[in-house]
Structure formats: structure tokens, C-alpha cells
Design a protein around this ligand. Structure first.
Ligand SMILES: NC(=O)c1ccc[n+]([C@@H]2O[C@H](COP(=O)([O-])OP(=O)(O)OC[C@H]3O[C@@H](n4cnc5c(N)ncnc54)[C@H](OP(=O)(O)O)[C@@H]3O)[C@@H](O)[C@H]2O)c1
Length: 293
């Protein structure tokens, strides 16, 4: 099964490396060509364009920043869907929201291409280990055909319904992640303001009743915000909360915690942290907090 992967950012690159290591014939493409080097070193062929990648792939995976990026790569006469052979499966693993997922699924169907929205929970470390969790929407037969590929990237694949179901579930999960992130930041900075060493406070949080994989793998980002590598940019989490709020708004469902977390991420982005890891909200609290100039 020939696999193509489009988007070699923080998540896409380790996913490409896993697919190559698992032995799938792999072709990759990234908008900024300079980012393709490490995937080529891992054994992938670098395509000259996204449509060229599509022509030679049985399964095409996209891992891109947002819905606009996914639409720009997949849609239209010069897009990937037009270039795919009938029967190809396109799996979008980005976080794009259910409306975009349903639109793209309809366009894919017109090309006799099966589209799965399969966004993931977990970050760079889990992408490297292949232990992400995929939330999948789309036709059941395509999910089964895609499972060998998804199994290399994820430890669990939940098929939740038709197109858009995976995308909607991902937004629900990210409310929980964003709220946890904000709560860790507030708990940590409160402990620090009481004179407790940051690392000691974090050890307690990581051993507390709400200890979780997230609390563990964000340790470096919270302890050493200046030097820890960026795993998930603040601007991307703000995008996800905006999507969640836009899904909820027409239903009248209030999401007060998600709304507050989005507003705080907005402030962080405005303060220059947009490309910083979203754990930067703790830094913003420190700068706004007691003793701040
Ligand atoms: N990072 C995480 O922890 C994490 C976890 C779960 C889900 N996600 C989701 O996964 C997706 C990717 O996240 P990431 O952290 O890997 O993001 P990232 O490092 O910012 O990478 C974004 C990728 O999208 C490409 N891109 C952006 N706009 C494009 C456009 N208009 N046309 C073509 N390519 C475009 C970028 O290409 P260039 O190199 O040319 O800029 C890059 O390859 C996002 O939807 C994010 O919400 C992330």
C-alpha cells in the first residue's frame, strides 16, 4: 500500500518517520520544501507537488495547520482530490472542525475518493511513539481499509460515525486539554507565588489525583518555557477553541470554560506567544501576576 503524507510540521514529521520505519512505501510533500529533509533521510520519497504525491498513493494523509490549509491542498481542480485515482483513501488527521470535514468529504465522494476525518489526541512525543488516539468519521469500509496505516500512527482508533464525527470529537477533547493546560498554569503559578519551587510544585501536580499523561508530558514545557521545544503552538489551540465555540454557538450550548481559555490564549497570542507552546499561558500569568512590572 503506497502512502503519501502532506505536512511535515511538528506532528507530520514524526508520523512520516513512523510510516517509513514500518516499511510503507512513503511519499511526502511539504509547502516549505526545506522541511522535507529529515523525512527523506528516514526513507521517504519527496514529491515535487501535492497532486504528484496523490497520483502515486493508495492512501493520502494530511497533517496541516487548519481547515483553510487542508482545503487549499485538497480542493479544486489543481487539488489532491482531483489528482487521486478512484478508490484512494484521503485521511485528514489535522484539527479542522466538522463543517470543513463534511464539505471535503462531499467533494471527495464526487471524485470516487473516500475521505476520513481522523484527528488525533496526543502531541509530538506520542506521535514519535505511534501512541496517538485517532477519532474517525467516515464510511466504515474505508476505516477498515485504512486501519493498517492508522495502527502505525495511533494506539487506538475510535470510529465515531459519518464524516465530521471525528472532527467534532476532537474539539470536545481539546476543550479538556485546554482547560487542563490553563488549570496547570494557574495551580503552578499560585504555588510559586507562595514561595514553593516550580519543580517541587510540578512534582506534586504530577502525583496528584488529577495526574494524567498530559500533566507528565508537559513537564518540560511548564518548567522551562524558554528552552523546551514547542510541541503545540498557542495559536493552534486558540484555533481549536474557536472551532469548538463555533460548533456550540448555533445550538445555544454555553461553554464557559472553553470560552475563558480561548480568551486567555487570545491574550497570550497578542502578547507575542502565538508560536510558543501553549503552556506559555503560565508565563503570561507570571508577567501579569504579583510583582510583575
Ligand atoms: N502539535 C500538537 O501537539 C498537535 C496535537 C494534535 C493535533 N494537532 C493538530 O495537527 C495539525 C498540525 O499541527 P502541528 O503542530 O504539526 O502544526 P505545525 O508544526 O504548525 O505544522 C503545520 C503544517 O501545515 C502546513 N501548512 C500550513 N498552512 C498551509 C497551507 N496554506 N498550505 C499548505 N501547507 C500549509 C505547514 O507547512 P509549512 O512548513 O510550509 O509552514 C506545516 O507543514 C494542526 O491542525 C493541529 O491543531 C497538533
Amino acid at each position: 500500500m503506497n502512502v503519501g503524507l502532506i505536512g511535515l510540521g511538528h506532528m507530520g514529521l514524526p508520523m512520516a518517520c513512523r510510516l517509513a520505519a514500518a516499511g510503507f512505501p512513503l511519499t511526502v510533500w511539504n509547502r516549505s520544501p526545506g522541511r522535507a529533509g529529515p523525512a527523506a533521510t528516514a526513507g521517504a520519497t519527496v514529491a515535487a507537488s501535492a497532486p504528484e504525491l496523490a497520483e502515486n498513493s493508495d492512501v493520502v494523509i494530511t497533517m496541516l495547520a487548519n481547515g483553510a490549509a487542508v482545503r487549499s491542498v485538497l480542493s479544486g481542480p489543481d487539488g489532491v482530490l482531483s489528482a487521486c485515482r478512484p478508490g484512494t483513501i484521503v485521511i485528514d488527521m489535522s484539527t479542522i472542525g466538522p463543517v470543513a470535514a463534511r464539505d471535503i468529504a462531499a467533494e471527495a465522494a464526487a471524485h470516487d475518493v473516500a475521505f476520513l476525518d481522523a484527528p488525533v489526541s496526543g502531541s509530538v512525543a506520542l506521535a514519535e511513539q505511534g501512541t496517538l488516539t485517532a477519532m474517525v468519521g467516515g464510511p466504515p469500509d474505508a476505516v477498515e481499509r485504512a486501519r493498517p496505516v492508522l495502527a502505525v500512527l495511533t494506539r487506538a482508533q475510535f470510529h465515531l460515525g459519518p464524516a465530521g464525527a471525528g472532527a467534532a470529537m476532537k474539539l470536545a477533547v481539546n476543550i479538556l486539554i485546554a482547560a487542563s493546560n490553563q488549570a496547570i498554569a494557574e495551580a503552578l503559578t499560585l504555588a510559586e507565588s507562595a514561595g514553593i519551587r516550580r519543580a517541587d510544585a510540578y512534582d506534586v501536580l504530577a502525583s496528584s489525583a488529577v495526574a494524567s499523561p498530559f500533566v507528565s508530558y508537559k513537564r518540560e514545557a511548564f518548567l522551562h518555557p524558554d528552552t523546551a521545544p514547542v510541541a503545540f503552538a498557542a495559536a493552534l489551540m486558540r484555533k481549536d477553541l474557536d472551532l469548538a465555540l463555533s460548533v456550540a454557538a448555533p445550538t445555544g450550548l454555553p461553554l464557559p470554560v472553553a470560552s475563558a481559555a480561548r480568551d486567555f490564549l487570545d491574550a497570550a497570542c497578542a502578547a507575542g506567544y502565538a508560536e510558543a507552546d501553549f503552556a506559555c499561558v503560565a508565563e503570561l500569568l507570571r508577567h501579569q501576576g504579583p510583582g510583575a512590572g
